[in-house]
Structure formats: structure tokens, C-alpha cells
Design a protein around this ligand. Structure first.
Ligand SMILES: *Cc1c(COP(=O)(O)O)cnc(C)c1O
Length: 223
């Protein structure tokens, strides 16, 4: 893609109420600068080192989202600046994020990654594990993380009905958790689901955040 009209066309196909994360992983800083010059300020990366390098080199009003699997020992590198971590998949990781957030005197917004796909290659927690996390004493003591919703990745499938049912399932899990744990708290409101191949289905199923890479930056080349 990489031209203004096609980016703005994609942007206008997404309701204003849905946040677009431009997934810039593997792409050079120049590509991000270009999309930034069209007025877009939310970018997502899936590797800590790449995220830190790009954060350091690019304008400071960019909102950086961590969307990939995060190792506990790397949280410290992104804790000073990350806006939202989409991929929290264990209490242990959440405890580490809380510790590093405290050291940086901030509260870090997080999404819990929920496993919805048929494949067993994807990271994430089941509904049962999410409930265990919310009920745990350790979780209730964390003051420097804020769980603002859930993230999920649908199966890499040609079947729209399969993908729709996975997104609907995630939305139902979100609703049940919200009712049980956040009924008096507006902060639990985000549902991050939908990528280049399935974002219209995700929006129909209630996504509030979509994460789009290929449609914005073109195919990724992995060396
Ligand atoms: C790479 C990635 C995306 C974007 O994928 P595209 O198909 O290029 O839009 C979204 N979410 C996660 C977690 C990713 O790793």
C-alpha cells in the first residue's frame, strides 16, 4: 500500500469508534514515518528490541502497542513508554509488568490475551484461566496495571463462519467477565480482534481495536 489515498480509504472503512493499530513489525522506520505523516499515531510491534529501537528513533507522540508474545525478562525495556500491552497471557507476566510500571511511576494498560482459535499454536488464556486470574489474591494486589479488556487471534481459516464464531465467542467471554468483575468500572472496555484478513468480521462482532499490518505496509519479508 504505502500511499496516502489507500491508507485513508482503509481508515475510512473503519468506524471512528474502532481504534486502528498500524502493525509495523519488520518494516523500516521510514514506512512508519510515512503513515505518521498522514496523521496516524498508533503503531504496534511484536518484538521488544524492535519496539524500543523504533520508539527511540521516532516522534514521541506515537502511541506504541506491544502485540506479540512478551517474555518476563524483557518487560523492563518497554515499561517506560508502552501505551498498551495486548498480549498478557499469564499472572506471572502481569506481576512483572506491575513491578516495572511501579518502578517507572506509571500505570500500564494491558489486555489479557484469550485463546479462541482452533489451532494450538496460539498463545493465550482460556476463559477458565481468565477467571482464575481475576479471582487470585495476587491479581487483586496489583496497583500499577490496569486490565482494559481482551485480545484474541482467530484461526487462520478460509471459513468466515469459523472466524465469526470465534470472534463472537471472544465477545461473549468479554461480556461475562465484564459483568462479573467490572460491572461498576468503565475501564474494562476494549476488545482487540481483527487483522488484515478478517478485520471487517471482527468489527461486526464488536471489536473496539483492530490490528492491521499487511493492508497498510504490504507483505512482510522475513529473512
Ligand atoms: C502481525 C500481527 C498482526 C497484523 O497482521 P496482518 O495480517 O499483517 O494485518 C495483528 N496481530 C498480531 C498479534 C500480529 O502478530
Amino acid at each position: 500500500m504505502n500511499n496516502k489515498d489507500s491508507f485513508l480509504k482503509l481508515k475510512s472503512s473503519i468506524p471512528l469508534s474502532v481504534k486502528l493499530v498500524a502493525v509495523s513489525k519488520t518494516k523500516p522506520k521510514e514506512d512508519i514515518s510515512e503513515i505518521y505523516s498522514y496523521g496516524h499515531k498508533i503503531f504496534g510491534e511484536n518484538k521488544v528490541q524492535e519496539l524500543v529501537e523504533k520508539y527511540e528513533a521516532l516522534p514521541k507522540d506515537i502511541e506504541w502497542h506491544m502485540i506479540g508474545h512478551l517474555q518476563t525478562n524483557k518487560v523492563k525495556y518497554i515499561a517506560p513508554f508502552v501505551s498498551l500491552i495486548h498480549s498478557v497471557d499469564s499472572l506471572k507476566l502481569l506481576i512483572e509488568i506491575n513491578k516495572r510500571a511501579l518502578q517507572n511511576d506509571r500505570i500500564i494498560d494491558c489486555l489479557l490475551e484469550c485463546y479462541i482459535a482452533k489451532e494450538d499454536t496460539k498463545f493465550g488464556l482460556s476463559e477458565k484461566e481468565l477467571i482464575e486470574l481475576f479471582n487470585s489474591k495476587e491479581y487483586k494486589e496489583l496497583k500499577n496495571v490496569r486490565i482494559v479488556g481482551l485480545m484474541g487471534i482467530a484461526s487462520n481459516s478460509n471459513s468466515n463462519s469459523q472466524i465469526i464464531s470465534e470472534f463472537n465467542n471472544l465477545h461473549s467471554i468479554f461480556n461475562r467477565l465484564k459483568t462479573t468483575y467490572y460491572s461498576a468500572d468503565e475501564s474494562f472496555k476494549e476488545l482487540s480482534m481483527g487483522m488484515s484478513g478478517d478485520y471487517p468480521l471482527a468489527i461486526q462482532a464488536g471489536a473496539t481495536i483492530v490490528r492491521i499490518g499487511t493492508l497498510i505496509f504490504g507483505n512482510r519479508i522475513y529473512l
